[in-house]
Design a protein around this ligand. Structure first.
Ligand SMILES: N[C@@H](CCC(=O)N[C@@H](CSC=O)C(=O)NCC(=O)O)C(=O)O
Length: 277
């Protein structure tokens, strides 16, 4: 693992790291914030999955999580959103290909070889974090934004018992029911819509999966709300399934990091209460 940079910040160290991924077959970059801690102490981990067009850098530079993470002693990990680089297929559109991995293991060509973001975020990167950072892997939470909110919800729903807390900012709640999702799932997984269900938070809940604790914030002035995000589908699915959830509409907020950074400290506080002890 190569150390790209480290910076002292908020009583901790913000690092950026690069490694050669066996899953994606590419170099992958990720960021980790580690609060100061006693020698030998292990800290809980909060994962953050980013949205379309993002790298690790968007939340690292604009997410404003460090003060809360330092206060609560929580490690914050931000992976990239796709494989990148020479030899990796791409698409002209911002919502498919590089920067738009949708946290799936692609089954279609030409994507299947490198686009293995599910295996990367579910297995390969957690093993690296456990081995290289003072991480208590018995105390993990996960969050994310938009495509990354979809990632956080679906990774947690498929891995019961791994995360104590799950939250999301303006998540895509049902790729089966929105243009971003239909395009990505068709391209990466194929035409058989039944195979998309393991990548659809509402479908996973309908099929019996459950989350330990769920917090969602959604801006009412988000231009993607009606066409892509469809928060109401998650509200209705949780109600019908008896999945407890706090899903909040935040008046006047849009889809940007101005919104995310406003509520980020509250999400970190909320995760920290679930990750204590
Ligand atoms: N470029 C696109 C919009 C892309 C966009 O809004 N990306 C969001 C995530 S959207 C869902 O996954 C994002 O986080 N962007 C990075 C940032 O730093 O804001 C368009 O033109 O519509």
């Amino acid at each position: 693992m190569e150390v790209v940079s480290t910076n002292r910040s908020h009583g901790g160290v913000q690092g950026v790291y690069r490694h050669s991924s066996a899953e994606t077959g590419t170099e992958m970059t990720f960021s980790v914030f580690v609060p100061d801690h006693a020698p030998g102490q292990k800290l809980p981990v909060l994962w953050y999955l980013s949205g379309l067009t993002c790298t690790h850098a968007n939340v690292t530079e604009k997410g404003e999580y460090r003060a809360a993470c330092a206060q609560h002693g929580v490690i914050f990990v931000a992976p990239d959103t796709s494989p990148r680089g020479e030899g990796v297929p791409d698409d002209e559109a911002y919502d498919f290909g590089q920067g738009a991995g949708f946290y799936v293991d692609a089954a279609q060509q030409p994507w299947a070889q490198h686009f293995r973001m599910r295996a990367y975020v579910e297995a390969e990167l957690p093993a690296i974090v456990a081995a290289r950072f003072p991480a208590d892997m018995e105390r993990q939470g996960i969050t994310g934004h938009s495509m990354g909110g979809h990632g956080a919800l679906t990774v947690a729903l498929r891995n019961p018992g791994r995360f104590r807390s799950v939250s999301a900012f303006s998540p895509i709640v049902s790729p089966l029911n929105c243009p971003w999702g239909e395009k990505a799932m068709t391209g990466y997984i194929g035409e058989d819509r039944s195979a998309w269900r393991e990548y659809d938070a509402c479908a996973l809940i309908e099929d019996g999966a459950r989350l330990p604790a769920l917090l969602v914030d959604q801006g009412s002035a988000d231009g993607f709300l009606e066409s892509q995000l469809k928060t109401q589908l998650l509200v209705e699915t949780c109600e019908k399934a008896g999945q407890s959830a706090t899903i909040r509409m935040q008046e006047g907020y849009d889809h940007s990091y101005y919104f995310i950074s406003t509520f980020m400290p509250e999400h970190v506080d909320w995760h920290a209460t679930h990750l204590k002890g």
